[in-house]
Design a protein around this ligand. Structure first.
Ligand code: SF4
Length: 369
């Protein structure tokens, strides 16, 4: 058994249910994303939702900016491959319409919904349809009096905004809510979640907002989210990237997998390559990840360029290949050497051994030399 450090002890949060997905308490930490298509274009939005769920998304959020979009939202919810969360700002009537039209949850900021009567109407609609609400506090849209009090967005101000919103919901006897306190400044974001986690047992949706493009956003999100997860904080997450949202799901799962909080699909260990490599590691890994993106079973696969570190990694992998020199490649299963193959066949053999292992059927014509 590979040493993987102390187990993370999760914060004791209460549980909510978004469609068929449980969030909080001991439920698996769910991965969310958000569509970036025009909600009125239901075909494109449904296609994107499908790509997101194929990548593993448990939940998808869709913006509903107008009443017209709320009508399109009905079609989307009816045909979507996972529960859909309606993202609503400003207009309480849209929130009510989205609740009627099949939303699995509402993401609102009670502060920008308006009068008590309007918030009460949204709470009633959520209750009528059994929907939880996520209170989404964002450092970029804190209430003016909070900014005035603290001078700029601070963890105290973020927590005040969240608890103030919860007070509004609770004044309408609505307790089925979760929080997020997102900021693009990493330390502010993490400190806000830490402070809020100490003051509520509501589930927390993690995310570093407006984190940037694929590389910068992945780094920022990975640092912030893992920092919180390591403390047991976080019940669901969204990695926000200015990129194809499928990347958000991939990065979200990569974070959870690296912290041993969830498993999904193939975990590939690969060396960074150098002049010693006896197989094409980079292209093998790229192609393998692409070809096996449908696989949900968890297997650890090592793709190693040569025998310097290959046999060591192979010991801890379900299946491993290791460049063996002279155009050959060693194949391992469960740490034991199975034989040699031609280096040019490495992708085919690996893919078939993995599928064979998952299906339990030995695929013919794949005998190792
Ligand atoms: S395993 Fe071999 S090929 Fe890969 S980086 Fe290490 S020395 Fe280089």
């Amino acid at each position: 058994m590979e040493w993987s450090g102390p187990k993370i002890v999760r914060r004791k949060s209460r549980q909510i249910k978004v469609g068929n997905v449980l969030i909080g308490a001991d439920a698996p930490i769910s991965v969310q994303s958000m569509t970036c298509t025009d909600t009125l274009d239901t075909k494109a939005t449904l296609e994107q939702i499908k790509r997101l769920t194929d990548a593993g998304a448990d939940l998808v959020r869709v913006s509903v900016p107008t009443m017209e979009a709320a009508a399109a939202f009905k079609t989307i919810c009816a045909q979507a491959s996972c529960p859909i969360i309606a993202d609503i700002h400003f207009d309480y009537r849209i929130a009510i319409e989205a609740a009627k039209n099949g939303a699995a949850a509402l993401r609102i900021n009670p502060g920008n919904i308006g009068s008590k009567e309007k918030v009460a109407a949204v709470c009633q609609a959520a209750k009528d349809h059994g929907l939880p609400i996520r209170v989404g506090v964002n450092s970029g849209s804190l209430d003016a009096d909070i900014i005035q009090k603290f001078g700029s967005p601070t963890p105290e101000g973020m927590v005040m905004a969240a608890l103030r919103a919860a007070d509004i919901l609770e004044s309408h006897n609505f307790t089925d809510y979760a929080f997020s306190v997102k900021a693009s400044e990493l330390n502010l974001c993490v400190a806000s979640y830490e402070a809020l986690a100490a003051q509520t047992d509501a589930p927390l949706h993690l995310g570093i907002t407006e984190a940037g493009g694929l590389t910068a956003g992945t780094v920022l999100s990975s640092i912030g989210i893992s920092w919180l997860l390591k403390q047991g904080i976080g019940d669901t997450l969204r990695v926000s990237l200015a990129a194809d949202p499928v990347e958000e799901v991939k990065v979200g799962f990569a974070i959870l997998k690296s912290m041993h909080l969830r498993t999904r699909g193939i975990d590939v260990v690969a060396c960074p390559t150098c002049a010693r490599q006896g197989i094409d590691v980079v292209n093998t890994v790229r192609q393998l990840e692409e070809n096996l993106s449908d696989v949900q079973d968890n297997l650890k696969v090592a793709v190693m360029g040569c025998i310097v570190n290959g046999p060591g990694e192979a010991l801890h992998a379900d299946i491993a290949v290791c460049g063996g020199g002279k155009g050959k490649c060693l194949v391992y299963e469960n740490g034991k050497i199975q034989g040699k193959i031609d280096a040019k066949d490495v992708l085919t053999v690996l893919e078939n051994r993995i599928r064979s292992r998952i299906s339990g059927n030995d695929i013919k014509n794949l005998r190792i030399l």
